[in-house]
Design a protein around this ligand. Sequence first.
Ligand code: PLP
Length: 350
Amino acid sequence: MTTEAQQFASDNYAGICPEAWAAMEAANQGHAPAYGDDHWTHTAADAFRTLFETDCEVFFAFNGTAANSLALAALCQSYHSVICSAAAHVETDECGAPEFFSNGSKLLVAQSQDGKLTPEAVRAVATSRSDIHFPKPRVVTITQPTETGQVYTIDEVKALSAVCRELGLKLHMDGARFAHACASLNCDPAEITWRAGVDVLCFGGTKNGMAVGEAVLFFDRALAQDFDYRCKQAGQLASKMRFLAAPWVGMLENGAWLRNAAHANGCARQLAEQIAELPGIELMFPVEANGVFVRASDAVLAELRMRGWRFYTFIGGGARFMFAWDADPARVDQLAADIRAASTATALAA
Ligand SMILES: *Cc1c(COP(=O)(O)O)cnc(C)c1O
């Protein structure tokens, strides 16, 4: 067996962290009741209630697209609409699943400088029309951190939820990298969610070191009515639920979720600090989570590929580097050195 050198093209390139793996193994003892009626599922749900210091409703889905889509569908009737940033994963990367699972609730896209929604943008979209011919705004969804690694502060979330309450809108948070936001803000999960006015959170496990799985947390329990049926109908009710739930127990019980995210964020900062001042290299966004977006000439990007680095350029043409729970700091240094070499070589050639 050969293992490839570590790449930072996606945080989903990483494997499973030891804590999640050990919990899976522990769950693999004998038989247990199916469909979530087992000890592991109850323990995982309770671990979320403890972590968030509130009696929320907790569900487990296989992936983020399903978690987001079903959560939004639960908040909407088909004639409702969902306000999101133009850069939001629900808009750009879920193949219309939110509209599909909600039977047609329309996403209303707000333009924003950095992918973050503002109270002003929400208000502008939500009040642009109020006639019967336009789908009625019902939900605002924000990504924490955003797709390009910007983190909403507690005050920013509170300002958004205040507008939501005023306009009769629910607030959903896509937290595919929620752990990274908590690590970045150094705040309790409760502070950035329900205490700041978030109604529903999709908490990502996959990008935090699990094999698979996202948790959907309803802080307003009434909104979770029949959500179990919705999950089942959508093919998201795991029959052997203990294996979807157990890794969460491993992640939450000793803080692996936060350590993993803090490490990933640290590796992003490590790269950013080494390349920020290089000629011909520009950081496209402030580095606040586990991603670094690098604007460079085609020649520099080609040189990096020549040197064996893999990365995506689907956001604004720059190179995206994402760091996972197991990112190797020595490999991060190698990447920084190669970016330095590529930028110097092309600067000399020019
Ligand atoms: C990765 C990601 C998701 C979930 O994607 P799946 O591939 O469906 O698990 C959702 N939102 C954001 C912002 C993501 O980065």
